[in-house]
Design a protein around this ligand. Structure first.
Ligand code: GLU
Length: 219
């Protein structure tokens, strides 16, 4: 169980996410990654090892500014530490991106069911099943689709979700794994631990088990 940070607001999400993930480094991790909402889709960048490797990879790509994104530091439970197994995980054509802390206990039958319906998986993780299942069930309604996903998955989770149809919105939920919503001025955050947002705000809301947060810059 490692670190999650999400941001939506007026600043460069990439910088806010990297700084937030750095604050969670003390928890240990084997890989890291971010998903950023950009014009024309979600960009996912991941790396194995230290956060500096991710910083360098992002700097080399010189992406356009993004104002909404999710980041993760991973402590592998299912699948070896690698770039492919690092989070965020994403669905076909990167429509849905997901970061996850915890363990999806019934990921094998879910994965088999989705594969039988033609879904192609990339990683060995339990987490990818959430991204693929969300995409498979997606009907344009973020909260409605998440509720359907929650009815199917078992285990422990803090989830941060991004969807290309809503590039100014973060979706979050948790069960048996911590997650807070940090409240700023015209910007908001999600984080698995308070230190990730303390530089920006002292106001935060502790999500309850299976309580869903739909977060925009002003709401
Ligand atoms: N079970 C997930 C994985 O192995 C999440 C691990 C974590 O909490 O960092 O990718």
């Amino acid at each position: 169980m490692c670190g999650i940070v999400g941001y939506v607001g007026k600043r460069n999400a990439q910088d806010v996410l990297l700084d937030g993930l750095e604050k969670l480094e003390y928890r240990g991790y084997d890989s890291a990654g971010v998903a950023l909402a950009l014009d024309g889709g979600i960009c996912v960048v991941k790396s194995k090892g230290r956060l500096t490797a991710l910083r360098e990879k992002l700097a080399a790509q010189q992406l356009a500014q993004s104002f909404c994104g999710i980041g993760h530091t991973r402590w592998a439970t299912h699948g070896e530490p690698s770039v492919v197994n690092a989070h965020p995980h994403y669905s076909r054509d990167q429509k849905i991106a997901v970061v996850h802390n915890g363990i999806i206990e019934n990921y094998i039958p879910l994965k088999e069911e989705l594969q039988a319906n033609g879904v192609v998986f990339r990683s060995e993780t339990d987490t990818e099943v959430v991204a693929q299942l969300f995409d498979y069930l997606y009907d344009g309604d973020l909260v409605g689709t998440l509720i359907k996903v929650l009815h199917r998955i078992r285990g422990s989770y803090a989830l941060g979700i991004l969807c290309t149809d809503y590039p100014d919105t973060l979706l979050a939920v948790r069960k048996d794994s911590p997650m807070i919503v940090g409240l700023g001025e015209h910007e908001n955050y999600i984080a698995s631990d308070i230190p990730a947002v303390l530089d920006h705000t002292r106001k935060y809301y502790l999500l309850g088990d299976n309580e869903i947060a739909l977060i925009k810059a002003d709401s």
